[in-house]
Design a binder for this molecule. Structure first.
Ligand code: MRU
Length: 351
């Protein structure tokens, strides 16, 4: 396979890299203690890596899936140059199912499928070019959303973010953290609060780590301390990413987003959702129709490396929740900002 190591242009660190026919994923389960990249040359192993949270964050898993299609197509073409398209369909199904809530996975695979249906002969170059384009377009979208979102923020603001919607969750730079990065560079932000995000601790392990690397002042707090923070401090914004935005402006994001938003409304904290157009699902007209991923009970049964004695207790572990459009002040995408989102405004940009 070709080495396109020089592309795409990336930030100081990246969750997803392509190097000489090998997909490299930063193992986010190990952060911030270890920075380790794992090598993948099989698309089925990549699907497993997505399921097991080696890579996570809606845009990052979409980009990863695009590179996985290159791996799948290349190996199928070597084995069977006439039937490789049919041979990879089962693998694509497994990839799409790896995480059901984030639409970016399906979006990226559909784009790759459209491309490979038009290819004659060896698919490698054209598919790799498209995967790199998907990756680079995401980075560019993040910078544009950073610029647009920062324009909404007043000087001396303190903001809260939940989960990780940063460079680690995207092609680079970040969605919610892209806005935060740009606003900080413009001297508008005094402080960021990151909620820890049980049970995978994306806020504690990933967001705090990213922001510290950029010397952006960040304080970490447990999820249930967010309402108290809003009650006792002057917080201007809650800024979050999204895994899927439906045609009426409802959004799915990491579990706990909805309760943060409800608290924000009560305390007059404005709510900004930042997501690229690859996260928009105009085929669904309500957040109620978004499939919510339920993750294994074991993820909430452990405390400080020890399994608790909860074996007999029913455990609920939904990974995402839905926030209705009516509670959102702004949706920021690279195609523009939607104030007080609703179906008509969504249709005007994405229809
Ligand atoms: O379970 P995760 O870590 O994949 O959840 C990630 C989130 O909820 C992010 O906020 C979302 O994917 C947007 S990332 C730019």
């Amino acid at each position: 396979m070709k080495n396109k190591e020089s592309e795409p242009q990336i930030e100081t660190f990246t969750a997803v890299k392509w190097n000489a026919g090998v997909l490299k994923l930063l193992d986010q389960r190990k952060l911030p203690n270890e920075v380790v990249y794992l090598d993948y040359s099989s698309a089925l192993d990549v699907a497993n890596a997505i399921k097991e949270m080696v890579v996570r964050g809606a845009p990052a898993i979409g980009i990863t899936a695009a590179y996985a299609v290159v791996l799948a197509a290349n190996s199928a073409y070597q084995n069977s140059p006439d039937n490789w398209r049919e041979d990879i369909e089962e693998i694509l199904r497994v990839l799409v199912a790896a995480r059901p809530t984030a639409i970016n996975l399906k979006w990226a695979i559909s784009k790759m499928r459209k491309q490979f249906n038009m290819i004659d002969g060896d698919p490698e170059t054209q598919l790799l070019d498209l995967a790199i384009k998907i990756h680079n377009d995401d980075i560019a979208a993040n910078h544009e959303m950073g610029r647009l979102g920062a324009e909404l923020i007043d000087p001396d603001s303190e903001v809260i973010t939940h989960c990780n919607a940063g460079a680690l969750a995207t092609g680079g730079y970040g969605t919610a953290l892209g806005v935060i990065r740009t606003a900080y560079q413009k001297g508008l932000l005094k402080k960021v609060y990151a909620s820890e995000t049980r049970p995978w601790l994306q806020g504690a392990r990933l967001t705090s780590w990213e922001l510290k690397q950029d010397n952006i002042p960040v304080s970490l707090l447990i999820d249930s301390a967010v309402s108290n923070l809003m009650q006792t401090k002057k917080i201007s914004w809650l800024i979050v990413g999204s895994d899927r935005i439906t045609a009426n402006g409802d959004i799915a994001n990491k579990i706990g987003t909805y309760s943060h938003v409800v608290s924000a409304k009560y305390h007059n904290v404005k709510v900004m959702v930042v997501a690229p157009s690859s996260t928009i699902d105009m085929k669904i007209n309500s957040g109620k129709k978004i499939p919510i991923e339920n993750r294994p009970a074991e993820e909430v049964m452990y405390f400080q490396e020890t399994q608790s004695s909860l074996n007999q207790t029913e455990i609920l572990n939904p990974a995402f929740d839905i926030t209705p459009a009516s509670l959102i002040d702004y949706i920021v995408t690279e195609k523009g900002i939607i104030h007080e989102p609703n179906a008509k405004k969504m249709h005007a940009i994405f229809g």
